[in-house]
Design a protein around this ligand. Structure first.
Ligand SMILES: [Zn+2]
Length: 342
């Protein structure tokens, strides 16, 4: 199902842009921090853009167009998305769309772009306008980026592109230069907090801090575990903070399968960032409920070692996307953490 409502923190900016939809640039890049709801913004924008009920700027959710969008079945709407993300977002795709993404689930493949060329060049079916949402453009490879660029260079009159990205630097500069840029800001803290509370998230402030105030990420993480710091990691840190022996091999055996390596590196990076802050007598930024244990750990190390480890983890993060042996990789991380506090 395609989402056709904006989140509360998006209403103002959506209102501003949809208000001038007649004069809108033919291509917009929507960018902003991961986890603030850019996907939902883009689909709600598409639904509002195509809605045939002109009493409201936003999708009315009643007209035929709104119904078709919701089912991802609107003839004037195309969503280009990597297969892996479509599964995660529970978006139904046609057999042909699936086929084009199945070989490399984390990419937007050139076939996905080429397949919409005939559609781009015919007249719209319903209301003299068509919209393509590309999510996430960060996953365009070089060939598909160039295919998209060609499309942007020769736009038909009724087509509108909404290109969504976490990071502008990952896009071809020639694509960026042909688009209007729309930055989706990090939501206001209080609005995000009350949205999380309305979604029954306990300790919403802890999750929001852990997620750099990105509420969708905060909600997602809160559904996966009890606290921002997994109990497995917390127990490990507690042993270290009390100068007790850690048996790395038994830890590796009990490592929960549902935590991915890159997720674990992210957790340790945030922990080291907080340890650096605490070593300078500041409050932690990510693990706001762990000040005591972070205090105890930071006095067992030096700021220089903490900074070095943060940088070392950054390098490890780049390797984590490659095929690596999970246990060997994890072993090196745990040992590096252990020697920081002895
Ligand atoms: Zn409608």
């Amino acid at each position: 199902m395609i989402e056709n409502s904006f989140f509360p923190w998006q209403i103002e900016i959506a209102d501003k842009y949809l208000g001038k939809s007649d004069k809108i640039h033919h291509a917009i890049i929507l960018y902003g921090l991961k986890g603030i709801g850019k996907f939902e913004f883009s689909t709600a924008f598409a639904a509002s853009f195509l809605c045939e009920n002109h009493d409201s700027k936003f999708a009315c959710k009643k007209c035929i167009s709104c119904n078709l969008i919701e089912k991802n079945n609107h003839p004037d709407f195309k969503l280009l998305i990597p297969n892996s993300i479509a599964d995660e977002k529970k978006i139904s795709m046609s057999f042909d769309e699936k086929k084009n993404t199945s070989y490399s689930s984390n990419e937007i493949r050139v076939n996905q772009i080429r397949d919409i060329i005939p559609w781009v060049n015919i007249k719209s079916y319903r209301n003299n306008k068509k919209i393509v949402v590309i999510y996430k453009a960060d996953y365009l490879n070089t060939i598909s980026s160039n295919a998209l660029l060609k499309m942007l260079e020769e736009p038909s009159d009724d087509i509108f592109f909404l290109i969504v990205s976490d990071c502008l630097d990952k896009l071809l500069p020639t694509i960026v230069s042909r688009c209007q840029i729309l930055h989706l800001p990090i939501p206001d803290y209080q609005i995000a907090l009350s949205w999380l509370k309305n979604n029954n998230v306990d300790n919403s402030n802890h999750w929001l801090s852990f997620s750099s105030n990105a509420p969708i990420d905060a909600l997602h993480y809160s559904m996966r575990r009890k606290n921002p710091c997994p109990s497995w990691v917390y127990n490990f840190l507690e042993l270290l903070s009390n100068n007790l022996d850690v048996n790395v091999f038994s830890m590796l055996d009990s490592y929960p399968d549902d935590i991915f390596i890159n997720e674990l590196i992210d957790i340790f990076q945030k922990l080291f960032f907080d340890l650096i802050l605490v070593s300078y007598k500041f409050y932690p930024k990510y693990f706001i409920d762990m000040k005591n244990i972070l205090d105890k750990l930071s006095i067992r190390s030096t700021t220089a070692i903490l900074i070095n480890n943060f940088i070392w983890l950054n390098r490890k993060k780049k390797l984590s996307d490659q095929q690596v042996n999970k246990k060997i990789f994890l072993n090196s991380i745990l040992n590096k953490v252990i020697v920081s506090f002895t």
